[in-house]
Design a protein around this ligand. Sequence first.
Ligand code: 2AM
Ligand code: CA
Ligand code: CA
Ligand code: CA
Length: 256
Amino acid sequence: MMDLKEIDGQVQQLIRQVKDDTIQSMSQPIDVDEKTGRKDLVTTVDKRNEQSLILGLRKILPEAQILGEEGFGDQVTGTDGWTWIVDPIDGTMNFVMQQNHFAIMIALYHDGEGVLGYIFDVMNDDLYHGGPASGVFRNETKLEAPEDVPLRDSLIGISGPLLIENQFNLQDVARVSRGPRMYGSAGIEYVATINGELSGYISYLRPWDFGAGKVLAETLGLVVKSIDGTQLDMLSSTVVLVATQRASQEVIELAN
Ligand code: 2AM
Ligand code: CA
Ligand code: CA
Ligand code: CA
């Protein structure tokens, strides 16, 4: 097997290529389909990106299994060994409606432990990457851990459906904070938390929505948990909280 640095270099090359293809595709009309309804979209770019990423990742680490949102990967039923998790466009609704505020995400796990994470903020041309072995980078710049801010001095990301329905008392969480924000892309909200623009982010997420962000956020000392305070199961969907230590304690207290 290649060493981790070599794998990392090749994944960065791959995700930059797929980013370039994505930008290229935006100059032509894009086919959009509804998956479960008019609020759940998939495009030809989501599908093509996932196929490109899977093809590339298979070459980089043939023994790994691959979990991808659009179903071109493997049927993943366990976390033993090497697992890639791929989200080919995170924030497809933003991609279609705004041509902005979306990300491409890749994560690498070994025996359920995060090894590498990648979040490409495409329109800002910023690749967030790294893991416990190397630290976290925005492009070439190594990032410091964000300040441990409390909820009342900060903005907090909360997904639209959870806030509208006041699930887990999230309207109280919003009131205690300086204000709620909703960006519509888990990747972009993870990045905002990593950058210290938000003290945290709360949303119902699937493994490809939280896999990459979890590696990067935990490497920077942020808390990534289920909203009830328990550990995340890498293969299950749940309401995920990523936050500073202080904000996470406050949110978990208010939410349960
Ligand atoms: P997607 O664009 O890859 O589907 C939108 O608030 C954020 O939540 C996006 O990151 C989006 O990822 C994700 N998302 C959208 N619909 C979802 C659903 N039904 N379940 C879980 N996550 C969803
Ligand atoms: Ca989707
Ligand atoms: Ca997603
Ligand atoms: Ca997606």
